[in-house]
Write a protein of this length. Structure first.
Length: 413
């Protein structure tokens, strides 16, 4: 058994053909069932379709009504949501910086269901384009339809669709950023700067780029960030940023430390510790230890002679390990790492346990929350830590094998 897990031979051609198709059919069936039993904007249980998207759309309405600071006031934002979706509907807090008010306001020009459909279709298309482009880095060609099948069958896609969330956009920006990093640093910088709407993901990526010497991309990212910040100030006023800053303590206390979304849903090391019964101080200590260890390993990885695809995949996975707040739908952003590692493996061979770890990380968004809810077992964080450790370990082994090489290994990214 262990030898099969080590080699990954159990994941043969037939399983790669059948299992993703089964997962995709399951996802299609779930989506069809929700839509067929829906009543207008609500599902059969009375929840808004696209759950989390309902508050994004409401935040857009508040912005269009010249109150861009309103979403950051929890009581006002909840009242606005209930005014649109009913007194008994689900309500959500707004924790994004003012950058994300721009797409919210643009979408709020449309009726709710049309806005939800447009958001999901456009960002899903960007997600697919990014993954198809990343897989073209492999010297061994893979048919586009197989890449699309795997990309759509990834269970995080279903989770993201169910929540109406932004995982597709995060995945696309990461994918396009790393695709452009070597040859088009300005585009890479722009893609990475646009990720500022997820500030909790802002630790690992800058470290990787600095260690890798990608100063032009960093400079372009800083310039782009300055431009979009000035644009947000012009569009939404300084009061939106003041309200965002004042709301940070609420976000930390309610959402991160007390787990308003549920620690079973949050896939960070901090949430894992809290799920296992740790107090807040112990959970922060665990998160700090893992963050420091991950960043140290990431620095080694990006200074090494490892293939650029392994470096980029490591940075993406490290992003999840270095934040106390990432949810199961955010795992959609792991897809570019999967594509990069698959591209590298197809070209140069998969290292020990890598195929098995990729398979586990592929299915974990479907299983992480229910297992954590039923057994208080944080498999999401465990799986991500294992995958990152294998990326670093296999990169180290590859560097030893190529110790006599005259130049760093470079992919076609």
């Amino acid at each position: 058994m262990w030898e099969k897990l080590r080699s990954g031979d159990w994941l043969d051609e037939e399983r790669l053909r059948v299992y993703p198709a089964m997962l995709l059919l399951l996802a299609i069936g779930c989506i069809a069932a929700v839509l067929m039993t829906a009543n207008g904007r609500f599902d059969v249980n009375g929840h808004p379709l696209g759950t989390d998207f309902s508050q994004v759309w409401v935040a857009g309405l508040e912005t269009l009504r010249d109150h861009p600071e309103a979403p950051f006031d929890l009581e006002r934002h909840i009242a606005a949501q209930r005014a649109e979706f009913g007194a008994d509907s689900d309500v959500f807090g707004w924790h994004y910086p003012p950058y994300f008010l721009a797409p919210a306001a643009a979408l709020a020009h449309l009726p709710y269901l049309e806005a939800l459909a447009l958001w999901q279709m456009v960002t899903l298309a960007l997600y697919l384009v990014a993954l198809l482009a990343l897989m073209r880095c492999a010297a061994t060609s893979v048919e586009g339809w197989r890449v699309a099948l795997l990309a759509l069958a990834f269970p995080a896609v279903l989770v993201n669709l169910g929540h109406g969330q932004n995982g597709f956009l995060t995945a696309a920006l990461l994918g396009f950023g790393f695709l452009a990093l070597e040859r088009r640093p300005a585009l890479a910088g722009l893609a990475f700067a646009l990720l500022a709407y997820k500030p909790q993901f802002a630790l690992a990526l800058p470290v990787a780029l600095m260690v890798g010497g990608h100063w032009r991309a960093l400079a372009f990212a800083a310039a782009a960030l300055a431009v979009i910040t000035l644009a947000s100030l012009s569009l939404f006023g300084a009061e939106s940023w003041v309200a965002f800053a004042q709301n940070l303590d609420v976000t930390r206390d309610l959402v991160v430390e007390r787990g308003a979304a549920g620690f079973a849903k949050i896939q960070s090391v901090f949430a894992a510790a809290r799920l296992l019964g740790a107090d807040i101080s112990t959970a922060y200590a665990a998160q700090t230890l893992v963050t420091a260890t991950t960043l140290a390993a990431l620095v080694w990885l990006w200074r090494s002679r490892a293939d650029d695809r392994a470096k980029a995949a490591g940075a993406i996975v490290a992003t999840f390990l270095t934040t106390p707040y990432c949810l199961d739908y955010d795992m959609t952003a792991l897809a570019p790492a999967f594509a990069l590692l698959a591209s590298l493996g197809l070209e140069r061979g998969f290292g020990p346990y890598m195929k098995s770890a990729l398979a586990a990380a592929f299915v974990i968004p479907l299983a992480a929350r229910p297992i954590a809810t039923a057994l208080s077992l944080p498999l999401g964080a465990i799986t991500l830590a294992t995958l990152f450790a294998l990326i670093v370990s296999n990169a180290r082994d590859a560097c030893f094998r190529h110790a006599g090489a005259a130049a760093p290994l470079r992919s076609t990214l």
